[in-house]
Ligand binder design. Structure first.
Ligand code: NAP
Length: 324
C-alpha cells in the first residue's frame, strides 16, 4: 500500500506533537509547516521525533506559501492545527487572531481548492464556538454563539469548512474539540499553569499560585486521546463534523485540589485570587455530547480527569527536578 503523506500546520504545538507521533506509528510520511524565522525553542514538543519529520517553509498569513507547500509535499491529508489559540490573548490581539485563526484556515482551503481538491482537510475547530450557548451539553447541531474573538474566529473557519465541503465537494471537516490538556500544554493555559506552579512550590522554587476564577468549569480531556479522533475523522467514507470531549465537567478548584493532593500539599496555603486573571467574558457551561463520535468513529476518551492530572504532575516533577 502507498505510504500516506500528511501535512500538518502547528506541528510543534501540543496537538501537532501528539498527532505526529500517532501518524508516524501508522507509517505516514509527515511534513510540518514551519514559519520563516520560527523560534527553535518552540520545538521542544517534537524534539524527540525531529529526525522523522520533514519541514516545509510556509505561513498561514501568506496564501502563495501554502500553495507552494502543497505542491512540494503532495499530501493526502492536511491537518490545520495552527492558530493563535489562546482566548485571553485573543482579547489583546483580536485582529491578529482573526488573521491566523480565521483567515489562515480559509487560505488553506483556497490553496487546496486551487491545487488538488481531493486532499482531505481537517480543521481544528473548538467548543469556544458555543461560548454563550443556552443549551448544554452541546453537539454538532447546537447553535453556535461565540463569546470571544478566538471563538468568533474559529466559528468563521468552521462555517467556511462546511461551505467548501458543500460547494466544492471537498473532504473538509471540523473537529469541534473541547479543552484538552497534557504535559505539553503551553504555560499560559490554566491547567499547565496549575501543575507547573504547584510543582515549583513543592520543590521550593516558588511560594504562591495566582489564579482568576476558581469556579469556572470545563470539560477537560487528554490531548493524546483527541488526536486519534482527528485522524479517524479523515478515514471516514463521508466528510462530517464531530464534537470531541469527555462529557464530564470539573471546576478549576477541583483541578487545583487534585494537583495539590498529588503533591501532598494544602492548596489553601498557596493559592491567591488575582482579579487581573479574570476573563472579560466567561463562557456558559460547555459540556461535550459525544454520542456521534462514539457511534460513528467508535471513539471515546481513555484518560480520565484524575489520571490526566497525575500524568501532568509526574511529568512536571520529572522535568523541574532535573532543571531546578
Ligand atoms: P498550540 O499549542 O498553541 O499550537 C498552535 C500552533 O500554531 C503553534 O505551534 C504555533 O507556532 C502555530 N502557528 C501560529 N501562527 C502560525 C502561522 N502564522 N503560521 C504557521 N503556524 C502558526 O495549540 P494546540 O493546543 O496544539 O491546539 C491545536 C489547535 O486546536 C489550535 O488551532 C487550537 O486553537 C485548537 N483547539 C485547541 C484546544 C485545546 O484545548 N488545546 C481545544 C479546541 C481547539 P508558533 O508557536 O511558532 O507561533
Amino acid at each position: 500500500m502507498k505510504q500516506k503523506v500528511a501535512l500538518i500546520t502547528g506541528i510543534a504545538g501540543q496537538d501537532g506533537s501528539y498527532l505526529s507521533e500517532l501518524l508516524l506509528n501508522k507509517n505516514y510520511k509527515i511534513f510540518g509547516i514551519k514559519k520563516q524565522n520560527s523560534d527553535q525553542n518552540k520545538y521542544n514538543n517534537i524534539r524527540h521525533i525531529l529526525n522523522k519529520i520533514k519541514f516545509v517553509s510556509a505561513d498561514l498569513l501568506i496564501e502563495t506559501s501554502l500553495i507552494d507547500a502543497i505542491k512540494k509535499t503532495k499530501p493526502d491529508e492536511i491537518y490545520n492545527l495552527a492558530a493563535q489559540s489562546s482566548v485571553a490573548e485573543s482579547w489583546k490581539n483580536p485582529i491578529h487572531t482573526g488573521e491566523i485563526t480565521a483567515l489562515g484556515a480559509i487560505r488553506l482551503l483556497e490553496s487546496i481548492r486551487k491545487t488538488n481538491n481531493k486532499i482531505k482537510f481537517y480543521q481544528a475547530s473548538s467548543s469556544e464556538i458555543f461560548g454563550g450557548s443556552k443549551k448544554s451539553p452541546q453537539n454538532e447541531e447546537t447553535c453556535p454563539n461565540p463569546k470571544s474573538p478566538y471563538g468568533a474566529a474559529k466559528l468563521y473557519a468552521h462555517w467556511m469548512v462546511k461551505n467548501y465541503r458543500e460547494t466544492y465537494n471537498m473532504f473538509a471537516v471540523s473537529g469541534i474539540l473541547f479543552n484538552h490538556e497534557s504535559p505539553r500544554r503551553g504555560l499560559e493555559y490554566v491547567t499547565r499553569k496549575i501543575t507547573h506552579e504547584a510543582v515549583k512550590i513543592k520543590l521550593g522554587m516558588s511560594k504562591e499560585l495566582k489564579l482568576g476564577n476558581l469556579d469556572a468549569e470545563k470539560d477537560w480531556g487528554f490531548a493524546g486521546d483527541y488526536v486519534e479522533a482527528m485522524w479517524l475523522m479523515l478515514q471516514q467514507e463521508n466528510p462530517k463534523d464531530f464534537v470531541i470531549g469527555t462529557g464530564k465537567i470539573h471546576s478549576v478548584l477541583e483541578f487545583v485540589t487534585e494537583t495539590f493532593n498529588f503533591l501532598k500539599l494544602d492548596w489553601k496555603n498557596y493559592v491567591k485570587i488575582d482579579a487581573s486573571f479574570l476573563r472579560p467574558a466567561e463562557t456558559n457551561l460547555l459540556i461535550a455530547d459525544i454520542t456521534n463520535a462514539k457511534k460513528t468513529l467508535k471513539w471515546k476518551p481513555k484518560i480520565n480527569f484524575k489520571n490526566l492530572i497525575k500524568m501532568m504532575v509526574a511529568e512536571e516533577l520529572n522535568f523541574l527536578s532535573k532543571n531546578k
